[in-house]
Design a binder for this molecule. Structure first.
Ligand code: ADP
Ligand code: MG
Ligand code: MG
Length: 853
């Protein structure tokens, strides 16, 4: 079996075998681009390394040697020889994990090749810098010797004005004192050690954390690229940079990037020197700049997506070192996708596939209001690296952020070790680093608000404070970040809801055109209904009536109803509630403008509505004309040991049919009123927690007679449906019978999951994370539907239900309705709609469209 491919033999379709970096270097080689040549050790080799060999095995070593020989021939150089070849050893998985694994540059340098490099280039300083850097990188990546140790040594040697030769000796002495053997002079030894280290970096803690965070599997392994070096640090005609073919922050179709003259490798990304804007390269090297622009256009045309390109210039020669589809903010993703469609480069379907559903949730979240911004004074301004609005307490380390479970992470610069802290932080602020720095790239990927390169801040990490002019901000104080402008404010600014951009609406429209399932909203108030409608909801799939009961005006009447001791008392209370409830429904029907609205009759156990405060109870003694003792006694009678499985849902409806009758009357009266005003209405009455068809049959008969009478008296025509939630396992198993009495089914997957697993929704948090760590649960079943268990019951219910009634309308209205992974399953079992909270609607629409394509 072959474990190594030279660039010329690979291609972009070989991503899973070569990793993204290797596959794209191969592709660009085939396109005839200026790529320093090299070869890629496959991801399969890395998996074999972890799982079986744990070291470089004989066959692999042979292949490495052979490929190195070929590389010597191609480059006309020799490894460790008189015309020395130098290489980089680079990591790269099939799914890009920027900065999470390791890279070593300038490999092949030793005392001999160092001298040759110096004389052959006539640039001793350059050779010296490259050598120093190699020793440090090799030490860090292969043997975990921390960089700061070399930094300290460097300071000391600089101070003493140490000569180059002695300087290098000191570097190697440090190496030896750390590991107890000499620095390897043989380039082949260096190479094999570096390859092993890059293999191993797949399992470093930050890479593992990143994979968990982004749901990247742990068993795909990394490719290792061995590539001949080009040097951006040879002097003023050399340099290195990163460029995006479009703006990764806002999506604008304009080259965006940074470069540094006389610099190597990660210098731009590391944020140690603040880089220059890419446009400025034109003045410095006009020819090269033009060439770069041409190559950017070529690559974007070829990959049909925004590219993130790494380049190096060696003595005015341009080389491309990497290209990949650029990470971008949700805003940019939407802008780029719609622009590409409008430019005729991709189809609508492709555009929809380019946007990650989860990612767009960022856009639905609040920003600082214009007004608030106008009235606040800017403390300091940095680069607007990742948009959004963040407020929080200032902390100067990822540890502190973790301890406090959030806050604004303020650092000189971030490093890959900060990844966890950055994820937990509400926002990120750095003193150094540009728009392509680690902080910026990672924050954009996470959708975290970030401001970088805030150079006029004076940060003292030891004292735990920073100064801007004469203002000092200490740990724990509040600041606010506006990631869209780069402005930092003192204190906590208020946020307001953000609207949808035209491009976002375009994507949602295309999603609706393409999507096979409808997306409805879980909305309980006229206000929620309006938000949902604006996000493109096709109706309301779940309107929970009990939420309306808590309103100030109603709650006392609701309590009177609950504590009533006979139907006469109850009727008085219900008569008071009826008009109020009708008013709510009118608002909701109007907001939905003719789309169907499914109203669920009261579901929770009644004691949930009862008063806890003495004052509230006093109110009841007055309105009901009974004593405090009476109240307490009646409340006591309602107490249950296990209310979730107690007297709730249709069980209440059967004990107190007058409650459900009142609610149905309110729904239908509201519908009639709205219809009379000229707006179409499609009311659906939904009965919760049905497990036996008899429950539904009993209620249906009573409700139909009330409702039909109301309609008849109104003199207008109104269609309505009466259906049921499917949320207890018995309902799934007997769905054929239940379908006889139901006009529609709606899966209540929250309760269905709770009862199927026997996990209490309200308490399961305690052990679910434990279960996930121990690989007993793959995901939280309350977040992502459990296909094997709960899903099986759902499938059964669909088959039985449609067996009885061929066109039975079936949907789902649990939390899972807005979860893209669950949506994939719902689509596969043929549901007609998903219903989710208003803010998840755009996500669900996109996910539905993606599953249809
Ligand atoms: P990462 O995956 O973290 O981006 P890379 O493998 O891309 O790591 O390496 C980081 C940087 O090192 C590159 O952006 C490039 O500037 C530099 N580099 C890597 N290989 C070479 C090479 N063969 N010649 C010159 N520079 C290189
Ligand atoms: Mg890179
Ligand atoms: Mg339920």
């Amino acid at each position: 079996k072959k474990f190594i491919y030279p660039f010329k033999d690979g291609g972009k379709e070989m991503k899973s075998l070569l990793g993204g970096k290797g596959a794209n270097l191969s592709e660009m080689t085939k396109l005839g681009l200026p790529i320093p040549q090299g070869f890629v050790i496959t991801t399969e080799a890395s998996m074999k390394y972890y799982e079986e060999e744990k070291k470089i095995w004989k066959g692999l070593k042979k292949e490495i040697e052979q490929n190195l020989k070929n590389l010597e021939a191609v480059t006309d150089k020799n490894f460790g020889g008189d015309n020395p070849l130098f290489v980089s050893v680079r990591s790269g998985a099939a799914i890009s994990m920027p900065g999470m694994m390791d890279t070593i540059l300038n490999l092949g340098l030793n005392d001999k090749t160092y001298k040759l490099l110096a004389t052959q280039t006539g640039n001793e300083q350059f050779a010296f810098n490259s050598y120093k850097r190699f020793i440090q990188m090799f030490s860090e990546v292969v043997y975990g010797i921390e960089k700061y140790k070399y930094d300290l040594l460097e300071k000391e040697l600089e101070k003493n004005g140490t000569e180059k030769e002695a300087y290098i000796k000191e570097y190697k002495n440090l190496f030896k004192s750390e590991v107890n053997f000499k620095f390897p002079e043989d380039p082949m030894d260096q190479l094999l050690a570096a390859i092993e280290a890059v293999f191993s970096s797949w399992n470093n803690p930050r890479a593992i954390y990143y994979r968990n965070l982004n749901n990247i599997p742990h068993d795909i392994g990394t490719g290792v690229t061995v590539q001949s070096m080009v040097f951006g640090n040879m002097g003023d005609t050399s340099g290195t940079g990163v460029v995006f073919t479009r703006n990764p922050s806002c999506g604008e179709n304009k080259l965006f990037g940074e470069f540094l003259i006389n610099a190597q490798g990660e210098d731009v990304v590391a944020g140690i020197r603040t880089p220059k804007k890419i446009e400025e390269l034109e003045a410095v090297m006009p020819e090269t700049y033009k060439e770069l622009i041409d190559l950017c256009n070529l690559l974007e045309d070829h990959y049909k997506d925004m590219q993130d390109i790494e380049f190096t210039i060696e003595n005015n020669e341009l080389y491309i070192l990497q290209t990949r589809n650029g990470k971008r903010t949700a805003n940019a993703a939407i802008k780029v996708a719609t622009d590409l469609v409008n430019e005729g480069i991709i189809t609508k379907e492709k555009a929809i596939m380019m946007i990650e559903p989860e990612m767009i949730s960022q856009l639905l979240h609040p920003t600082f209001s214009e007004e608030e911004l106008a009235n606040s004074e800017v403390l300091v301004t940095g680069l607007a690296a990742s948009p959004g609005a963040a407020t929080g307490r200032v902390y100067f380390s990822s540890e502190k952020i973790k301890e406090n479970n959030g806050g604004i992470l303020v650092r000189l610069e971030t490093s890959p070790e900060d990844i966890e802290g950055m994820n937990i932080a509400d926002g990120i602020l750095t003193v150094r680093g540009g728009m392509t720095s680690h902080a910026a790239v990672v924050a954009r990927g996470m959708g975290r608000c970030c401001i970088c390169g805030c150079g006029s801040m004076d940060l003292d990490e030891e004292k735990k404070e920073f100064k801007v002019g004469n203002i000092t901000v200490s740990e724990g104080e509040y600041i606010s970040l506006n990631g869209s402008t780069g402005n930092v404010y003192l204190g906590e600014l208020n946020k307001s809801d953000s609207g949808l951009t035209d491009e976002f609406k375009m994507i949602l429209d295309w999603s609706s055109e393409i999507g096979a399932m409808k997306v409805l909203a879980n909305a309980d108030t006229p206000l929620d209904a309006k938000v949902a409608y604006d996000f493109g909801a096709n109706g309301i799939g779940l309107c929970r009536t009990e939420h309306m009961f808590f309103e100030e005006k109603k709650i006392n009447h609701v309590r009177e109803m609950i504590l009533a001791e006979n139907s006469h008392e109850r009727k008085i209370a219900l008569d008071n509630i009826l008009p109020l409830q009708r008013l709510d429904f009118i608002g909701i029907f109007e907001a939905m403008k003719g789309n169907s609205v499914t109203v669920r009759l009261i579901d929770p156990p009644l004691h949930e509505f009862l008063p806890k405060e003495k004052e509230e109870k006093l109110k009841l003694t007055k309105s009901m004309g009974i004593t405090m003792e009476d109240i307490e006694n009646r409340m006591l009678k309602l107490e249950e040991l296990n209310p979730m499985l107690g007297h709730r849902g249709c069980r209440l409806g059967i004990t107190y049919p007058e409650i459900y009758e009142m609610q149905s009357r309110a729904i239908i009266e509201a519908a009639i009123e709205v219809k009379k005003s000229g707006i179409d209405v499609k009311p659906e009455i939904m009965i919760p927690l049905v497990g036996k068809v008899e429950e539904l049959g009993y209620l249906r008969e009573r409700l139909v007679s009330v409702v039909d009478e109301v309609i008849e008296n109104s003199g207008i025509e109104l269609e309505y449906k009466i259906g049921t939630m499917i949320e207890v396992p018995r309902a799934c198993v007997t769905a054929g019978e239940i379908a006889k009495e139901a006009d529609f089914f709606s899966f209540g997957t929250n309760d269905l999951t709770q009862i199927t697993f026997g996990y209490s929704r309200d308490d399961a948090g305690k052990f679910i994370s434990d279960y996930r760590e121990k690989d007993i649960l793959e995901a939280d079943p309350f977040e992502t539907i459990d296909i094997k268990g709960v899903g099986k019951l759902m499938e059964m219910a669909v088959t039985l239900g449609r067996g009885e009634k061929k066109n039975l309308k079936i949907g789902i209205c649990g939390e899972h309705g807005g979860d893209p992974k669950s949506i994939e399953f719902f689509h596969s079992i043929g549901l007609a709609y998903v219903s989710c909270s208003p803010y998840r609607i755009p996500i669900a629409k996109l996910a539905v469209a993606q599953n249809t394509i």
